[in-house]
Design a protein around this ligand. Structure first.
Ligand SMILES: Cc1cc2nc3c(=O)[nH]c(=O)nc-3n(C[C@H](O)[C@H](O)[C@H](O)COP(=O)(O)OP(=O)(O)OC[C@H]3O[C@@H](n4cnc5c(N)ncnc54)[C@H](O)[C@@H]3O)c2cc1C
Length: 252
């Protein structure tokens, strides 16, 4: 799942790989969308502080955003916030014009078409073993084997297990959290113009519960963060004992 937000990179530590890749990523993504006529809208977002304590973090995000090269950032007073989001209330807010929304399904479909012009996508073919030899790499999947000189691990939630299959020692482990969203009813959609985020709590790696306008016109509210019983546990009843043991036995 993806909410279809084009993130500006405002949260990331200047100079970090996340900051560098996010800024470069936006440039490439917008170039790609313009080239293939994929829908997006740089509608901007507000991050709203509702307590005195959050004002310091909001100022720090303003500074980070500037250092990361985001232009047009603006601190808003409570009345100014009403001009951007009439139904949001807070002590102060940070407006970031470089955040946007996008039809991410269209992006994936186009990427898939481009790949298939010169290659193959083997869907439904989980990687089960990787043999890394000096003369090449053999990747065995459920449906066939592939010989290659290079292998890029982009297995998301399972990237630690794939690294282990390739012979790496796992130094970190993935602990799965499920995020649950509501969709606003049609009569409530006017309450949100664009994107409204809280000031994130620096103790947690989450952005906080936010409102997101999607490119198709809906408004999402969420996510919460629930420790999941399986890495791909999208329902409360999805349980994988082996995967649970993997994170319960991890002291990190
Ligand atoms: C609820 C939610 C909303 C989000 N919204 C946004 C957003 O609005 N904007 C944004 O920029 N980011 C968003 N993100 C983050 C974004 O979705 C992720 O950063 C992104 O999907 C990571 O991409 P990836 O290709 O690294 O991994 P993934 O998208 O997780 O892809 C990994 C792939 O590897 C496959 N795989 C796993 N194991 C194996 C195996 N053994 N063999 C073969 N294949 C395997 C999986 O099936 C999967 O297809 C959101 C994330 C969540 C959870």
């Amino acid at each position: 799942h993806n909410s279809g937000v084009i993130h500006s990179g405002i949260y990331y530590k200047p100079g970090s790989l996340k900051a560098i890749n996010c800024r470069r990523g936006i440039e490439l993504l917008l170039e790609f969308c313009n080239h293939y006529d994929i829908s997006y809208e740089l509608c901007g977002k507000v991050i709203v502080a509702t307590t005195e304590k959050e004002l310091g973090t909001l100022g720090m995000l303003h500074e980070r955003g500037r250092e990361n090269g985001i232009s047009g950032l603006k601190m808003l007073s409570a009345p100014e916030l009403q001009e951007y989001e009439p139904h949001a209330a807070g002590l102060s807010a940070l407006y970031c014009p470089e955040t946007g929304i996008i039809d991410y399904l269209q992006v994936c479909r186009q990427l898939s078409a481009n790949i298939q012009e010169n290659g193959e996508i083997a869907a439904g073919a989980a990687v089960v073993s990787i043999e890394d030899r000096p003369d090449g790499i053999t990747v065995a999947t459920e449906t066939g084997e592939y010989e290659t000189r290079f292998l890029i691990n982009c297995a998301g939630l399972f990237s630690d297990q794939i690294a282990e299959l390739a012979g790496a020692r796992r130094q970190v482990r993935i602990i799965p959290f499920r995020g649950e969203y509501y969709m606003l009813e049609e009569q409530a959609r006017h309450l949100v113009k664009n994107l409204i985020y809280p000031v994130p709590d620096p103790r947690y790696p989450f952005l906080g519960v936010h409102f997101t306008r999607t490119i198709s016109g809906g408004i999402e509210a969420g996510p919460n963060a629930v420790l999941a019983w399986a890495r791909e546990g999208y329902k409360k009843t999805d349980i994988d004992v082996k995967e649970m043991w993997d994170y319960l036995s991890y002291g990190g």
